[in-house]
Ligand binder design. Structure first.
Ligand SMILES: Nc1ncnc2c1ncn2[C@@H]1O[C@H](COP(=O)(O)OP(=O)(O)OP(=O)(O)O)[C@@H](O)[C@H]1O
Length: 282
């Protein structure tokens, strides 16, 4: 970093710290937030002002986010009570004459991980789409909370949009502004050991990286229910471990997580398993 850039960054961080302190954030926390902002901006090789805007305005925004986090903590306390986030009763799905899901009942509480397992063609993806509200059950009932994240097995991205543009698009659905979306997406990406490239469109990312992006988008708005359809197919071993750690930390934070998997050792860390069986043609 040039000397000018270093001075500019230092000044910006100081103004941010002062602005935060002025907005009632305690001194040590204000310093940590300023350090994090500088570190994140350096990930993008840009001066913090270019990423976050003027320090004073960003301080106001962070203070607002801190107040929202307190409200969120209250909400999480409610969800830690284990209230159900998803309940299926006798759900079946037919395509024409073929029954692909038969009489499935399950209940996922907040702070739980459930796994859907079964042979190829046993209806796992169909059931997850029913849970997400993307496919309608032929019979039975589905109740779910409103805030849901869904991570498909593949696809689901806009080929020309970059990772950051996806963060903004998905974040805006939750009322986040551009910076909040960028920060939330970048943090989640980092927890999967990924530093998004600022320029590449999704179509030019590797298969595994596209799936990391899908996982980030599934969790970017801190949903109370997160549905994941074997999204780890292209992950290397390290990312795969990070992925499960992320599921555990979502559970810890009070979300209900439902994951389709066919890898049996995954099941060690889950709270319950629902096994599906391929249906005979009727
Ligand atoms: N839109 C559809 N129209 C007709 N049949 C469908 C449709 N979607 C899925 N099916 C059929 O439903 C059955 C279950 O498919 P599904 O993809 O849910 O299974 P799966 O357990 O997720 O499979 P895999 O392990 O291979 O991913 C399959 O026989 C499939 O061909």
């Amino acid at each position: 970093m040039s000397e000018d850039r270093a001075l500019e960054t230092e000044g910006w961080a100081l103004r941010l710290e002062r602005g935060l302190a002025g907005a009632g954030i305690d001194g040590r926390r204000a310093r940590r937030l300023a350090e994090e902002a500088v570190a994140e901006a350096s990930d993008y090789a840009l001066p913090p002002e270019e990423v976050y805007g003027p320090a004073e305005a960003y301080a106001r925004e962070l203070a607002r986010a801190a107040r929202a986090a307190v409200r969120e903590e209250r909400r999480l306390d409610e969800s830690r009570s284990g209230a159900p986030v998803l309940r299926l009763r006798d759900v079946s799905k037919r395509y024409g004459r073929k029954t692909v899901v038969r009489d499935v009942s399950l209940e996922l509480g907040s702070g739980q991980i459930g796994a859907i397992v079964g042979a190829n063609g046993s209806g796992k993806s169909t059931l997850l789409k029913i849970c997400a509200g993307l496919v309608r059950a032929t019979s039975g009932s589905v109740e779910r909370v409103e805030n849901v994240g869904y991570v498909p097995q593949a696809g689901g991205l806009s080929p020309l949009l970059t990772a950051s543009e996806h963060f903004r698009l998905f974040g805006s659905l939750d009322g986040k502004n551009e910076r909040e979306s960028l920060v939330a997406g970048t943090r989640l990406a980092q927890s999967l050991g990924w530093r998004p490239n600022r320029k590449l469109g999704a179509a030019r990312l590797s298969g595994g990286t596209q799936q990391k992006l899908n996982v980030v988008l599934g969790g970017i708005n801190r949903p109370r229910l997160i549905l994941l359809d074997e999204p780890y197919q292209g992950f290397d071993q390290g990312t795969y471990t990070d992925f499960w750690e992320q599921l555990f930390s979502w559970r810890e934070a009070g979300a209900g997580v439902l994951v389709v998997t066919h890898i049996l050792h995954d099941l060690d860390g889950v709270d319950w398993t629902c096994e599906l069986h391929p249906q005979e043609e009727s």
